[in-house]
Design a protein around this ligand. Structure first.
Ligand SMILES: [Fe+2]
Length: 432
């Protein structure tokens, strides 16, 4: 094993850690679970007592969300872009946003602008014979059936880059980043006013489509959440047996460390995952759901330590697959799963990077279901590192490193050129 003790920062026993994927996963799982249990026991409470604290809190929160949802109330906070831009978001709306960890921004972009971007993407891919040349899904996670994909592995259209470098996007990202504590212990963990322009794909799901949706999962990591030194520090209060101090909005130690490689990895730190709607979508048409409880990570990370989980099992989490949230292990959380309200083209949708989410199935979809994925990924050492490869991909028209190496756009003459970058775009790519 490549583990070495964490430097002693507390009197509690150190945790073994693996900065790369361990060669023997079951052995590493057994070892880290035993070490976390010992560490928690040394804090003065048993794992069962500590987990019970988390369970009570999460169950109360989930019960409240489920009750609100079942009464027909809107679970997702909704804010107008105009209030975010003017700094006039009411205090109670801010408090709800912090509590639920997710948000719809109404009118983030003019509807006509969003529809024009959607058409621009159609013109871009059709003009470059994308469908004629499409070689099938490049990965097996978002892979769609049939000859026409729903996820377009397209990164460098005018539409995407215009949105990524727009003032309106920067304002909302800075607002969302501001919900996080980005300075502590004398360290500025990230710059809330500078985004790293994380390039991601497009989804265009046509009318009449059938889709199986996506199961409940989360994206910030897999076994690395328990096993790397930085994540162990980020989740130190949980592994120290002190869940009362755990704050899901504290960015400490989250913005430099590695993530284990794999087909579903995201190299950057995102405060929020997000997308911008390029079509109107009704809430019953196969849309995004979340478990709107940012602190649920405490439950997810401590649950595998209980005695009913096999010693070499982390409640089904392993490398190179998304972190699954399952009825078997996480039922109290999943009761709170709540869908977005109806959205219109130009609205955007955001959720805290730790939160469980899923996409509901749909048959014979009404209308289009079109989005461009644009998260909030503030400038920090981890994102600066990835920005170097993004710069290269941008200049060459390549697929970014986090995605399958499909490279459709390299020869497309009308992709977004470097000469069209504004200052936000240049700073996002680390060019200024
Ligand atoms: Fe996801």
């Amino acid at each position: 094993m490549s583990a070495s003790p964490t430097p002693a920062t507390s009197p509690l026993p150190a945790l073994p850690h693996w900065e790369q994927i361990p060669d023997d996963l079951p052995a590493a799982i057994r070892q880290v679970k035993a070490a976390i249990r010992n560490r928690i026991a040394a804090s003065g409470r048993t794992v069962e007592e500590v987990f019970a604290v988390v369970e009570r809190q999460v169950e109360a929160e989930a019960g409240e969300v489920a009750a609100a949802r079942d009464r027909g109330e809107e679970v997702w906070p909704v804010l107008d872009y105009a209030d975010i831009a003017a700094g006039t978001v009411p205090a109670d709306a801010l408090a709800l946003l912090r509590r639920r960890g997710c948000l719809v921004v109404r009118g983030h972009f003019d509807r006509d602008q969003a529809l024009a971007w959607d058409q621009g993407i159609v013109d871009y891919v059709e003009g470059n014979q994308f469908f004629e040349n499409y070689r099938g899904p490049g990965d097996d996670f978002f892979g769609s059936v049939g000859s026409r994909p729903e996820i377009y592995p397209v990164y460098w259209s005018q539409a995407q880059m215009q949105a990524r470098q727009s003032d309106r996007m920067a304002r909302v990202q800075a607002f969302l980043n501001g919900l996080w504590q980005h300075e502590s212990q004398g360290v500025r963990w990230f710059d809330p006013h500078r985004d790293s322009l994380y390039p991601d794909r497009i989804r265009r799901r046509p009318p009449g489509a059938d889709s199986a949706g996506l199961g409940a999962h989360l994206d910030p990591g897999t076994l690395d959440l328990w096993m790397t030194s930085d994540y162990q520090k980020a989740f130190r209060h949980l592994f120290d047996g002190n869940p009362e101090r755990y704050d899901p909005w504290d960015a400490a130690y989250r913005t430099a460390g590695p993530q284990y490689p794999g087909t579903t990895m995201c190299s950057v730190f995102r405060t929020f995952q997000g997308w911008t709607a390029l079509s109107d979508m009704d809430r019953d048409q196969g849309v995004l759901h979340t478990v709107p409880i940012p602190g649920a990570m405490a439950y997810l990370l401590l649950r595998p330590l209980l005695a009913d989980v096999p010693e070499d099992d982390m409640c089904g989490v392993t490398v190179s697959q998304v972190f699954p949230a399952s009825v078997k292990w996480h039922e109290p959380l999943l009761r709170a799963l709540s869908g977005i309200p109806d959205v219109r083209a130009g609205d955007s949708v955001w959720w805290h990077c730790d939160m469980i989410h899923s996409v509901a199935p749909v048959t014979s979809q009404r209308g289009w279901g079109n989005v461009m994925y644009i998260p909030a990924a503030p400038w920090c050492p981890r994102n600066e590192r990835y920005a170097a490869s993004v710069r290269q991909a941008f200049l060459a028209g390549s697929s970014p490193d986090d995605f399958p190496a499909e490279h459709y756009e390299r020869e497309w003459p009308d992709r977004f050129p470097a000469s069209d970058l504004n200052m936000t775009g240049r700073r996002g790519l680390g060019l200024s």
